[in-house]
Design a protein around this ligand. Structure first.
Ligand code: NAD
Length: 356
């Protein structure tokens, strides 16, 4: 049984704690705010999963700061991730540290220090892009391995989701101005908050052998006033090392949400969907002009995180090497580089190159 600390008793802290408890891991959730701990026990956890789990320990940060855990999960706002991660590593030596997405703010500050510290402690760093581990992704990877696509030609991602759902899960927030969400410099806005879209493009590009992103050209619709500063809509064109051209479009406007990837090859296509319909992810595909196949994958919201936590277990047990993990620090860092380049491109109205 692994010992886990989830830092941040908010929405994701609860999801992660629940996923770890499904594997019977020993879970402590900590926060700087005692009201957040109370809310976890009395509201978030029981309303989502049916009942409070009395095996979970709740603590203020200061009470568990120097205790050693096998896994530390950092589920706090993006602009706090790196300072918390560095502090954790100065005080303890977890085997794995899983940092929520996006890894940091677009400034990418202190990432070298974090990496060096983790290396010196023997801690494997991960970034929580959980959609790379879900069943729909594994199904699509299998089709790619079987050669359904032929030569890959393009990847186009739509991650269009009104953020009413996020505020629904955080009724204590008065609006985007009340958290990082309304500030792109703090990791909010559509590109930061929905950065799964960039990450899943990169994931499939790697699986297809098309390499990392090297060119970024973005247009954004910015909301700037005395209360907020964020992109409500971002259209990002990408080119990869091995010449694949595609796009990522994301917003905090569209309802109902649409989260989809279309991968086109010269022989066929694969479409990947999150929440294709209520209770289901999906994959559609066609090869060599045959019938379009539809694979519905039953899932609940907790399932979005279960494979990821199992994957963390595989890293802990040595079954998965961190270099081969789709949630490695390196993959999360590559996503941050594209986020940074996208803002730079949109602000300066020019194409930005990323040196690989
Ligand atoms: N992978 C996913 O699909 C997914 C889903 C939801 C959220 N997230 C990510 O998780 C992170 C948190 O989002 P959320 O919706 O859970 O936020 P939230 O506001 O619900 O919770 C954040 C919690 O962190 C606490 N906190 C802040 N600073 C802290 C500190 N120094 N030490 C301990 N606790 C601290 C706050 O008090 C709060 O309780 C964000 O980066 C978000 O993008 C990821």
């Amino acid at each position: 049984m692994y010992k886990v600390k989830a830092v941040g008793a908010g929405s994701i802290g609860n999801h992660m704690a629940y996923a770890c408890r499904q594997l019977n891991w020993d879970v402590t959730i900590c926060d700087i705010d005692s009201a957040a701990l109370e809310r976890t026990k009395n509201d978030i956890y029981p309303s989502r999963y049916g009942a409070w789990d009395t095996e979970i320990k709740l603590a203020l940060n200061s009470e568990v700061e120097t205790e050693n855990f096998d896994v530390v999960i950092i589920g706090t706002p993006p602009d706090t991730h790196i300072a918390i991660a560095i502090n954790e590593l100065k005080n303890s030596s977890p085997k794995v540290m899983l940092i929520e997405k996006p890894l940091s703010t677009p400034e990418l500050e202190n990432l070298n220090e974090l990496e060096e510290l983790a290396k010196s402690k023997g801690t494997k760093l991960c970034v929580s892009y959980n959609h790379t581990t879900t069943q729909n992704t594994l199904f699509a990877e299998n089709l790619i391995r079987k050669g359904v696509l032929g030569t890959p030609k393009s990847i186009n991602v739509q991650w269009l989701e009104h953020w009413g759902g996020i505020f629904g899960a955080h009724p204590w927030l008065a609006g985007p101005h009340d958290s990082y969400l309304g500030f792109y410099k703090r990791g909010g806005g559509s590109t930061g908050e929905h950065s799964h879209c960039i990450n899943i493009f990169q994931h499939f590009s790697r699986v297809l052998g098309m390499g990392e992103v090297t060119e970024v050209n973005a247009t954004m619709d910015m909301i700037e006033n005395d209360k907020v500063s964020y992109d409500q809509n971002a259209i990002i064109a990408l080119r990869t090392e091995n010449g694949l051209v595609g796009s990522v479009i994301t917003d905090v406007l569209t309802k109902p949400a649409k989260k989809a990837v279309r991968i086109q090859g010269d022989k066929g296509f694969i479409e990947w969907y999150v929440n294709y319909k209520d209770g289901f992810d999906a994959i559609m595909y066609q090869s060599e002009g045959g019938e379009i196949q539809e694979e519905l994958i039953s899932k609940s919201r907790p399932d979005d995180f279960q494979n990821e936590i199992k994957h963390v277990g595989d890293i802990l047990s040595g079954h998965v090497k961190i270099e081969n993990s789709p949630i490695s620090f390196e993959t999360g860092l590559q996503t941050m580089k594209v986020i940074q380049a996208a803002y730079s491109s949109a602000m300066n109205k020019r194409l930005v190159q990323i040196n690989q």
